[in-house]
Design a protein around this ligand. Structure first.
Ligand code: DGL
Length: 280
């Protein structure tokens, strides 16, 4: 790969949620250009198998390569947990997921070594969060809980709603009973519930937002590789958005959470991209 620091960073997710990672990159790395792909036609990934998510991720990476990206961010926790370890060995573009930045921060934050993790079913079943945390510190106890209803509640816009609060109380009851002092929001949508989850969890629990931690880790990675964009780009050329389904819902959600006006999301046929990667 010819590394071009002015090239965009490719960011992908199963749908809309990865925009929480985009938001952090926009805020923390304002010079960087971004190409975002949301697999809105095939969402959710959180209930799917490892082999399916690897296949989808390979197609998306093949699409991002056509955009000449200098690095790739797997913004989806489920794809980071199930596909990253496979695809990172198949490409020669620097690639980073959201799981490790989240576990690194949680290990720094915890004092009583009791960490909670909430995520989709597939992420929890992959055991990656649990594995990285206990590998990082063998005294750490991890309490994991899948919270599948949070994704539709966020997409419904019920981020500050009584119904969501009751759901959160029910989901979090078990992990809070273990007296955790740190809770990883291990799904793209959950940072949008951080006020509500913070209220349910109480002040003694520190919330870790992998989207924010990933933007910080990305910054360090690009600095080390001498790939940081040090010049400003014109607004129109800076951010591009692609999705596998129609743009309407995507644009509405994007405009709710991004500090940028998303208008021209392009729909692409992601199934037409190759299901294999063969850079290496
Ligand atoms: N983006 C997914 C994640 O972070 C949540 C939505 C889905 O299930 O696809 O795990």
């Amino acid at each position: 790969m010819t590394a071009d620091k002015y090239a965009p960073i490719g960011v992908f997710d199963s749908g809309l949620g990865g925009l929480t990672v985009v938001r952090e990159i926009m805020k923390n790395m304002p010079n960087e250009r971004l190409v975002y792909f949301g697999d809105t036609a095939r969402v959710p990934y959180g209930t799917k198998s490892k082999s399916t998510i690897i296949r989808y991720s390979r197609q998306i990476i093949n699409f991002l390569k056509t955009q000449n990206v200098k690095a790739i961010v797997v913004a989806c926790n489920t794809a980071s947990a199930l596909a990253l370890d496979t695809v990172e060995n198949e490409i020669d573009i620097p690639i980073i997921g959201v799981v490790r930045p989240g576990t690194d921060m949680a290990l720094k934050a915890t004092k009583n070594k009791k960490i909670g993790v909430i995520a989709t079913d597939s992420t929890i079943r992959s055991n990656l969060y649990q594995k990285l945390l206990t590998e990082g510190d063998e005294d750490v106890k991890v309490y994991a809980k899948a919270c599948p209803l949070f994704v539709p509640l966020v997409e419904e816009g019920w981020t500050n709603d009584m119904v969501t609060e009751i759901v959160a109380q029910r989901y979090l009851y078990e992990v809070l009973n273990k007296k955790i002092d740190t809770l990883i929001l291990g799904c793209t949508h959950y940072p949008l519930l951080s006020t509500l989850i913070g209220k349910v969890a109480g002040k003694r629990v520190q919330l870790v937002n992998p989207a924010y931690e990933t933007a910080q880790a990305l910054d360090r990675m690009l600095t080390e590789l001498n790939l940081k964009n040090d010049s400003e780009t014109e607004e129109e050329k800076k951010y591009q958005f692609f999705a596998s389904d129609t743009a309407e819902k995507f644009n509405a959600f994007a405009n709710l959470i991004l500090p940028y006006d998303v208008k021209a999301t392009k729909q692409i046929r992601i199934e037409s991209y190759q299901e294999t990667l063969n850079d290496k």
